[in-house]
Every structure is written in structure tokens, then in C-alpha cells.
Write a protein that binds this ligand. Structure first.
Ligand code: ZN
Length: 383
């Protein structure tokens, strides 16, 4: 057993001053003001010394990092995941972009075979398969040679139990609605993205089961006064959770403020969409089949198209707070409770509450990661 005491706890919806948590067998056994949380004599104690304690961050779109790309090599998922706690990420969806379906099948095997012996790091909760059922006119950095129409056969073995948690597709394409209905009935979160859907086509997708939008504003038509399109549908329909790359490059800082004011903490989900260059010096890195030129701030194909990001999740949190001035309680929801709810894991992840998985982050008051626990085990401590 482990007690963390003397922390300002964000559950995240409630703030507890001088709080404590008791962790037992990888779960949260108790949380509250320190004098209300039992401290068994045999429990190890961490004095948080006034640091903030929050739920672990959950990233629903993460292509790779630290020099490796999951689409190029799905076996990189575990070694890359081992480095994610330095950014506060304790659980994530390894994202496989458009590729032959054997690639995502290989990724499914990697995540369903489970953690390697002695593994310490973030937990992959299943894949986010982004493509190949995308609109060629909105392909972004995806390889058009592998784009195809969705069929029930192609997704026959996609389910959370077989390692698929989220699938991004273009709902306006022939056959898509039938596939959306089938996958969502199996518990796969379906997202509209890389799509040229009109407003009406987007609503038809929501009616069929779409409940997420992939990187709002990117790889979809712009919002227009008489043509709201997919962006307008995602912003105004209450059903979907909406993913956003809050690096200030994929969307202008003023748009991030507008999106925040429109969606709020229960519908906005910050993602990184980070690629292999995360945590590496500027240079050339792979995203799927393509070489991506990376400088200090962004990642682009030779054509100039944005291709993933080098955004870390803790930086995304700091960006949202700085750009909107929102309370930390609300900003934290966009990377904890909201993604957990979107993928139907909110009964055990995304909150500091009794019975929940003990995935936790210790943050400094300026929101830098000082320590990270996964399943009750301290897996990262800042120097
Ligand atoms: Zn994308």
C-alpha cells in the first residue's frame, strides 16, 4: 500500500486542499482531506509537499514518439509507451494511420498480447485506427494509395476485445454508415475525420453512431456562414466529443478560445497527435510511409502539409489554460474524464475516486510534471 499525502488534489472536478490518497493493489482505496484518509502503518508514504495531484492524462491520438512511429513499426508501441509518463500520460490509444490493413492487424496483436515482462510505463488501451476509410480530398499526410471504402468484411475483427478502441473514418463515403453502425454496436468509438462531410452528412453519421470528431478543423472543410459542414456539426450537436490538437499551430490560438467557449470541458478532448519526432531534435522523421520535416515547433511534409505534431500532453494542458484562462479543474477534464467517458472506460479511469485505477500525476503549480504513477507504481520522477 502507498499513501500520497500533503497534495492539492484535483479529482479533477473537485479540489481538495491538503489532500491524501491511499493506493492498494493498483487502485485508489481512499481519497479526501489528509486527516480523513486512513494511513495503515505498513503503507509507504510519499509527501507531495504541496504539489498538485491529478488523474493520469489519457491521449486518444498518438502516432509515436522518441524516434519511432507505430504505423511504420507497431512493435514500437511498448517501448514508446514506457517514455510517456514524463509527460503525465498514463494511458493512450496508439494510432495507426492509413496503411494496408495488415498493419493495423499487427498493432492489434501488439496491444492484445499485453505488457512485456518487467514493463513500466503508460498503458495502451487499444488502437485508434485513423483510416484507411478516408476522403481522398482530405487525406492530409495519409498515403492515398491505401485509401479505400469501408466494408463490413474489412472491419470484421475490430472491437475493443481485439485491440481496437477508436476508428476515424469519413462518414460521407459509400458504405460508411453501415460500418459505423456495426462498429459502434461493438463498442468501438467512431470518429468523423479526414472528411469532406456536409452538415447533413455529418448528422447522418451521428445518427448512425459517430460520437467523436478527429482533430477539429484539420482535414475537414472550413466553417462557412451558409455551409457549416462537419466543423459546424461537431461544434453544435451535443452527441460527439471533439478532439483538438491544442498546439496553436494546427488551430490558431483565437480559434482554441472559440472552441473552448463553444464545447466546454465535457465535449472538448485535447489530443497530441504527436509523431516520432516528439522528444527528439529537429530533423526528418517517418509518419507512416512519409518523411516529415520537423523544426522546433511543427512537422510538415515536403508539400507543406502539417503531418502530426511534436506536442506533449502536459504542454497541451498548459496551452489550454494560458489561451483560455479557464480553471484548472475544467482544463484537466479535457484530458482525463472526458476521454475516459468517450471510450467507455469512465467507470474505472479518468478520476481520482475510490475503486479507480491508480493512474496519477504530480504537477508543479506551473503545471510541469514532477512524478507519474501508473497502476499505483511510481514510474517517473522528474530530476
Ligand atoms: Zn489525421
Amino acid at each position: 500500500m502507498l499513501t500520497i499525502t500533503n497534495a492539492t488534489i484535483y479529482t479533477p472536478t473537485q479540489r481538495i486542499e491538503r489532500g491524501a490518497v491511499l493506493l492498494d493493489a493498483g487502485r485508489i482505496a481512499a481519497v479526501g482531506p489528509a486527516d480523513h484518509v486512513p494511513c495503515p502503518p505498513d503503507a509507504q508514504v510519499i509527501d507531495a509537499d504541496g504539489l498538485l495531484l491529478t488523474p493520469g492524462f489519457i491521449d486518444l491520438q498518438f502516432n509515436g514518439g522518441f524516434g519511432q512511429d507505430f504505423t511504420d513499426d507497431p512493435t514500437a508501441i511498448w517501448p514508446v509507451a514506457a517514455q510517456l509518463p514524463q509527460h503525465g500520460v498514463t494511458a493512450f490509444l496508439p494510432t495507426i494511420i492509413t496503411a494496408p490493413l495488415e498493419k493495423s492487424a499487427a498493432g492489434q496483436r501488439v496491444v492484445t498480447e499485453g505488457r512485456p515482462a518487467g514493463y513500466r510505463g503508460a498503458t495502451p488501451l487499444g488502437l485508434h485506427i485513423e483510416g484507411p476509410f478516408l476522403n481522398p480530398t482530405k487525406k492530409g499526410a495519409h498515403n492515398a494509395n491505401y485509401l479505400r471504402l469501408a466494408t463490413l468484411d474489412a472491419v470484421a475483427d475490430w472491437s475493443p476485445a481485439t485491440g481496437v478502441r477508436l476508428a476515424t473514418l469519413a462518414p460521407e463515403l459509400p458504405g460508411a454508415l453501415e460500418v459505423i453502425e456495426a462498429l459502434s454496436s461493438r463498442g468501438v468509438l467512431i470518429s468523423a475525420g479526414h472528411s469532406a462531410a456536409t452538415y447533413d452528412e455529418a448528422l447522418a453519421g451521428f445518427d448512425a453512431g459517430v460520437r467523436y470528431g478527429t482533430h477539429l478543423f484539420n482535414a475537414m472543410p472550413s466553417l462557412l456562414a451558409r455551409d457549416p459542414g462537419l466543423v459546424g456539426a461537431l461544434l453544435t450537436d451535443d452527441r460527439p466529443t471533439v478532439g483538438l490538437i491544442a498546439d496553436g499551430i494546427h488551430t490558431h490560438p483565437a480559434m482554441i478560445k472559440l472552441i473552448w467557449q463553444t464545447l466546454g470541458p465535457r465535449r472538448l478532448n485535447l489530443v497530441t497527435d504527436a509523431m516520432g519526432a516528439l522528444g527528439m531534435p529537429p530533423g526528418t522523421y517517418l509518419l507512416g510511409d512519409y518523411e516529415v520535416i520537423v523544426d522546433d515547433t511543427c512537422c510538415r511534409l515536403a508539400s507543406g502539409s502539417l503531418a502530426g505534431s511534436i506536442l506533449a500532453m502536459d504542454q497541451a494542458l498548459r496551452n489550454l489554460v494560458a489561451l483560455t484562462g479557464c480553471p484548472l479543474e475544467e482544463a484537466l477534464q479535457t484530458i482525463t474524464t472526458t476521454p475516459a467517458r468517450a471510450i467507455n472506460l469512465d467507470h474505472e479511469r479518468g478520476q481520482i475516486a475510490e475503486g479507480y485505477v491508480a493512474d496519477l500525476v504530480l504537477l508543479s503549480p506551473d503545471l510541469h510534471v514532477r512524478g507519474t504513477l501508473v497502476g499505483g507504481e511510481l514510474v517517473y520522477t522528474a530530476e
